[in-house]
Ligand binder design. Structure first.
Ligand SMILES: Nc1nc2c(ncn2[C@@H]2O[C@H](COP(=O)(O)OP(=O)(O)OP(=O)(O)O)[C@@H](O)[C@H]2O)c(=O)[nH]1
Ligand SMILES: [Mg+2]
Length: 379
């Protein structure tokens, strides 16, 4: 039955992690309560001491950092996908109430719901074909049963076909150069700040280069983020971006930066201009650091839906995009765009932005995504 069992496994694994953490916290509270009661009785000092030692050991064993970290990530996905989940799950539930039995009308409305969730028309058509044939083959008549099959089929869309790497290509022989591109206001600069924060917390030396030299305030905006994240900064207003990037990269080598994040302007709407500009920038980068940029990340605002898909297609034609960052997932109910991008553009989503703060960026993980989107739908 497709990947049905995989879905079940993912959901039970995630639930287990959530429950483990709750147990951990409850146990800690219990221990704290016990300690407080014991503390009141001065005569049992020794008992307290022994008890504390053994309880501390308990806590140490329980404080499994991995569980807590995984839990935190699941929570971020949860929160960031809340809008999409609410809309999608409530629409599907309403559909289930309206139609108890599978019918043509049910399929039509389901198709509409999926398109509204920005899964992408072609992706939805393909999905509907699969779903219809599965319904027939497995003789499904109850819509209540279909929810799990729907999630299963959506998961298949993402994981099927070529597997796209979501890893960042790290350069072992010098700075890893990450070039950020994308149209106006999608979140390029903010994503640089978030990536800087992420790499800094891994102990890496991070540098930012302000390749957006035209928009008033763009250089200053990046500088503020560099200060906040304690990153090295290079930028010069009103200069040629390629020139700034050239000088910046020389400094990155001098200062032995591990990660170099390059901001670019999003205002070049003209395709030919943009292509020429990026070509020039790429040449300069490769001249200073052969093999660079190691990643060219296209930033897409998830709330722009199909427009975002068009941007991805256009950028893919003019430069070598190695991955996508989908920002503002927290502000949209159209989280289905992840599936459409995979299916219609064939580029891997490497990170997702789940809020405005520098902590609000997560490595994209399809399991956390599917769980965040559908957890209210499946027991
Ligand atoms: N809610 C939310 N807001 C975000 C996210 N990422 C970016 N933003 C907001 O989007 C707005 C634009 O972000 P910028 O980083 O300045 O976008 P940009 O692509 O650099 O814009 P230009 O330099 O003008 O092309 C800011 O207000 C950010 O706080 C996100 O993941 N969630
Ligand atoms: Mg910017």
């Amino acid at each position: 039955m497709g990947l049905f069992n995989n879905i079940k496994k993912i959901f039970s694994k995630k639930k287990e992690i959530e429950e483990k953490e709750i147990n951990l916290l409850e146990k800690k509270d219990e221990i704290q309560d016990e300690k407080e009661i014991l503390n009141e009785d001065q005569k049992v000092d020794n008992v307290i001491k022994n008890n504390e030692d053994s309880k501390q050991e308990d806590i140490n064993n329980l404080s499994n950092e991995d569980i807590i970290e995984e839990k935190e990530i699941i929570e971020k996905y949860d929160k960031g996908l809340e809008k999409s989940r609410k809309e999608f799950v409530s629409n599907l539930s309403l559909l289930g109430i309206k139609y108890k039995k599978v019918s043509e009308e049910y399929f039509d409305e389901l198709e509409q719901t999926l398109i509204m969730a920005d899964i992408g028309v072609n992706t939805v058509f393909k999905f509907m074909d699969e779903l219809r044939s599965r319904v027939k083959k497995e003789n499904i008549t109850d819509t209540a049963y279909l929810n799990e099959v729907i999630v299963d089929e959506l998961f298949i869309i993402y994981v099927n076909g070529e597997s796209l790497s979501d890893k960042i290509a790290i350069n072992d022989n010098g700075p890893t150069v990450i070039l950020m591109v994308g149209v106006n206001g999608v979140g390029k600069t903010t994503t640089i700040a978030k990536l800087a924060h992420k790499y800094k917390s891994q102990g890496k030396k991070v540098m930012m280069i302000a390749g957006d030299t035209f928009r008033a305030g763009a250089v200053e905006q990046l500088k503020i983020w560099a200060d906040r994240t304690n990153s090295i900064f290079y930028g010069k207003e009103n200069s040629d971006p390629a020139g700034v990037i050239y000088d910046g990269l020389e400094q990155a080598i001098d200062q032995k930066a591990d990660i170099v994040l390059i901001d670019t302007a999003g205002r070049l709407q003209n395709k030919v201009n943009l292509m020429n500009e990026l070509e020039k920038v790429n040449k300069v980068i490769a001249k200073i650091i052969p093999g660079a940029p190691h990643e060219t990340l296209l930033i897409i605002d998830a709330s722009t839906g199909q427009n975002g898909i068009l941007q991805a297609k256009a950028f893919k034609e003019i430069t070598n995009i190695t991955g996508l960052v989908l920002t503002k997932m927290d502000g949209t109910a159209k989280g289905g765009i992840v599936l459409a991008i995979k299916e219609e553009v064939g580029l891997p989503v490497k990170f997702i932005g789940l809020g405005e703060k520098m902590e609000d960026l997560e490595v994209f993980d399809i399991e956390n995504y599917i769980y965040g989107l559908f957890k209210d739908l499946i027991d």
